[in-house]
Ligand binder design. Structure first.
Ligand SMILES: Cc1ncc(COP(=O)(O)O)c(C=O)c1O
Length: 407
């Protein structure tokens, strides 16, 4: 298999050739947000320069073009994730918005007193708090699938948690802090077996994998464009047609209605029923260009390259005295959380920034996970397909120099 042509890919990402603090930028904070190829930036600029208009409303030329482009992206995404129908793709503001949409609609209608919702110990706050709010409001219980020290879900404990009281299971596909790739298909099968529905938070999976909704069989799958090389402020909620049809509207307003009188409003069909108001048209068009870009890559090569990066960074950083890696799952993506004895992650992050190296430090919106490991936070280097082994060498050198200054 030919290897990924990283050098030519890097040329597509203008920001990768800038300097930070007088040093070439080494961007290792892809878990927070990824960089955007010029194809995506150009698509957004072109929309504003040539086609800017509102969608689904006007009969004039530009509105027709904008609507066509917008709806064409829905088709592209539907085909990219192998949905059954285009209208199973609902545009949102992002992962957080998608989860809140489900808790506020399906959740409110179907979760009641004494029912249970299951999440995992490694969820991002956005896949904890909305469920917690729902459970508080409804008198339901939030149950948590525990993890082992390597950062893997304990599936036997999950089996024990599932019961006739379980209404919804909400888990991430890939952990943003640990990099753990969860056995999503197995989680879904087990939940379906007892009649529960499953929401999968795919925020960290979409930049690393092609995800197939038919193979996965999730009831809902949510993701953000900005973590998969697309723009901020836009994302997708995929849902199975029958489930989306039975969900009440999330928000009221334009686009989501068929007819409005002061006595009664009738709601629009999918997908518009769940998309009130003017959407992020430029963002959706940018997401369309993102999917086109991802389609131009060979994901086998991408996976191979990212696996090599993960192995290399693990090996290199392990060699640093006192450095501890948090998250050692067998099945793991190219994310490395670590701590160095005697240093605070934020001091390390601040010094690395002086060398032009961008990493993330803190709790990564996973405070319960930090509590599990009994740590305040970690330093996290998260990689994308445009990262290189040379950047890992620079990271290692940067950490060693930082430790000389801190210890
Ligand atoms: C696993 C996971 N879920 C959800 C989110 C929230 O995504 P957004 O802020 O784009 O809504 C993130 C962002 O870091 C994440 O990593």
């Amino acid at each position: 298999m030919p290897t990924l042509d990283v050098m030519s890919i890097r040329k597509d990402f203008p920001i990768l050739s800038r300097e930070v603090n007088g040093k070439p930028l080494i961007y290792l904070d892809n878990g927070a947000t990824s960089q955007k190829p010029k194809q995506v930036i150009d698509a957004i600029a072109n929309y504003y320069q040539q086609d800017n208009s509102n969608v689904h409303r006007g009969i004039h030329h530009l509105s027709a073009i904008a609507t066509d482009q917008f709806e064409h992206v829905r088709k592209k995404i539907s085909s990219y994730i192998n949905a059954n129908h285009d209208h199973e793709v609902i545009f949102t503001k992002g992962t957080t918005d998608g989860i809140n949409l489900v808790t506020a609609t399906y959740g409110k209608m179907n979760v009641g007193k004494g029912d249970e919702v299951i999440v995992s110990a490694m969820e991002h706050h956005s896949n904890i708090v909305p469920w917690q709010m729902l459970c508080e409001e409804k008198g339901a219980k939030l149950k948590v699938i525990p993890i082992n020290l390597k950062g893997e879900l304990i599936m036997e404990e999950y089996d024990e948690l599932l019961s006739s009281k379980t209404k919804i299971v909400a888990v991430n596909h890939i952990s943003n802090t640990l990099g753990t790739i969860n056995p999503a298909r197995e989680i879904i099968n087990k939940a379906h077996h007892i009649g529960a529905k499953v929401l999968v938070d795919g925020a960290q999976a979409m930049p690393h994998q092609k995800v197939d909704m038919q193979a996965l069989d999730a009831d809902w799958y949510v993701f953000s464009a900005h973590k998969m090389f697309g723009p901020t402020g836009v994302g997708v909620l995929y849902g199975k047609e029958d489930i989306l049809n039975n969900m009440p509207p999330y928000q009221g307003g334009g686009d989501m209605i068929k007819d409005v009188t002061f006595e009664k409003t009738t709601y629009n069909d999918l997908p518009h029923k769940l998309e009130a108001g003017t959407p992020n048209i430029a963002g959706v068009i940018g997401l369309g260009a993102t999917v086109e870009y991802l389609n131009s890559l060979d994901f086998e090569q991408v996976n191979q390259h990212e696996k090599e990066l993960l192995n290399y960074v693990t090996e290199q950083l392990k060699a640093i005295d006192g450095l501890q890696i948090i998250g050692n799952a067998q099945n793991k993506t190219s994310v490395l959380s670590f701590l160095v004895e005697g240093t605070h992650p934020s001091d390390l992050g601040a010094i690395l920034d002086q060398f032009g190296i961008a990493i993330r430090t803190g709790h990564h919106c996973t405070q319960p996970l930090m509590d599990f490991y009994n740590i305040p936070g970690t330093a996290r280097a998260s990689f994308a397909f445009y990262n290189t082994k040379e950047e890992i060498d620079a990271l290692k050198k940067g950490i060693v120099r930082a430790l000389e200054m801190l210890l």
